[in-house]
Design a protein around this ligand. Structure first.
Ligand SMILES: Nc1ncnc2c1ncn2[C@@H]1O[C@H](COP(=O)(O)OP(=O)(O)OP(=O)(O)O)[C@@H](O)[C@H]1O
Length: 264
């Protein structure tokens, strides 16, 4: 397909991108413990997601990043004394949008209906405003004109973009994303990072990624998870606001630091 997405990664960050809004939802995981077949994946693990900020989580393959994301989403079975708590003291159920590593698109639904899947699951017929929002999100991820296609007619990267649009459509205060841009070519990846940073501004986000530069472009606080049982290191906070320039020298220096931390 021809991509018409704007890309400003080599120009100053657009002024329309507001700094993260305080007052969102903070979330804390503490005392997290999980074992698989007797092997302790992590024990007494703690992570705080600051309100209205994008937290990036990096770490070697198999260290337990997805498992921790699933603990936050309420999809895993951690052991005591694991605690996941929202800053406002209310349950997290119903307030989470989760974008898994697999796109999980329903093959019998059109692209547009996949983006609107949350409404369908809530047995809510989307009104004109929801339909327009879904169409607008598909435009933003570069898939206008593909609304009526079935997922089977899309490439892996296009399917991942539909999954991203569906996640953004959910409009939840806590957004959990597991390698959301992994299937994309380099330029589309940079464009979609900008779309995500702009659309997610003010939300509390945990994004798992293997790409240090991606984490630095759109993350506000970056943690590295290493070891078995896994531990999570102190946050690294890149300066400025997302989406940051790819050629920012400060980012390149921090990239080296992240790689050092990943190497243990
Ligand atoms: N349901 C399961 N049963 C047994 N072991 C599991 C299960 N799910 C995950 N694991 C194991 O737990 C470990 C952590 O898996 P996880 O998917 O959380 O890692 P990850 O850091 O997200 O890896 P990647 O970067 O490759 O996605 C791996 O060794 C994996 O094999």
């Amino acid at each position: 397909m021809t991509d018409t997405l704007p890309f400003s990664g080599l120009r100053p960050a657009p002024s329309s991108v507001a700094p993260p809004v305080p007052g969102g939802l903070s979330v804390t995981v503490s005392g997290a413990r999980l074992t698989h077949g007797g092997a302790v994946l992590f024990s007494d693990l703690a992570l705080t997601l600051e309100a209205g900020r994008i937290t990036g989580l990096l770490g070697p393959s198999g260290v337990g990043k997805t498992t921790l994301l699933r603990v936050l989403a309420g999809l895993a079975d951690p052991e005591p004394p694991t605690r996941v708590a929202a800053g406002d003291g209310l349950p997290l159920a119903g307030r989470i949008a989760y974008m898994a590593q697999q796109d999980l698109l329903l093959p019998w639904l059109s692209v547009l209906d996949n983006v609107l899947l949350g409404d369908r699951l809530r047995r809510k017929k989307p009104d004109a405003e929801r339909l327009e929002r879904a169409a607008a999100l598909l435009r933003r991820v570069g898939l206008d004109g593909r609304e009526r296609d079935r997922p089977a007619a899309l490439s892996g990267g296009q399917r991942q973009r539909v999954a991203l649009a569906r996640t953004l459509m959910e409009d939840k205060p806590l957004v959990l994303m597991d390698e959301p841009f992994s299937a994309l070519d380099a330029l589309t990846r940079l464009r979609l990072q900008e779309t995500a940073a702009e659309t997610l501004a003010g939300r509390t986000v945990l994004m798992v990624t293997h790409d240090p530069l991606e984490a630095l472009r759109i993350g506000d606080r970056l943690h590295v998870m290493t070891g078995r049982p896994a531990t999570i290191g102190p946050p690294l906070e890149p300066p400025g606001h997302a989406p940051r320039r790819v050629d920012d020298p400060a980012l390149l220096a921090l990239q080296a630091e992240l790689l050092r931390r990943l190497a243990g």
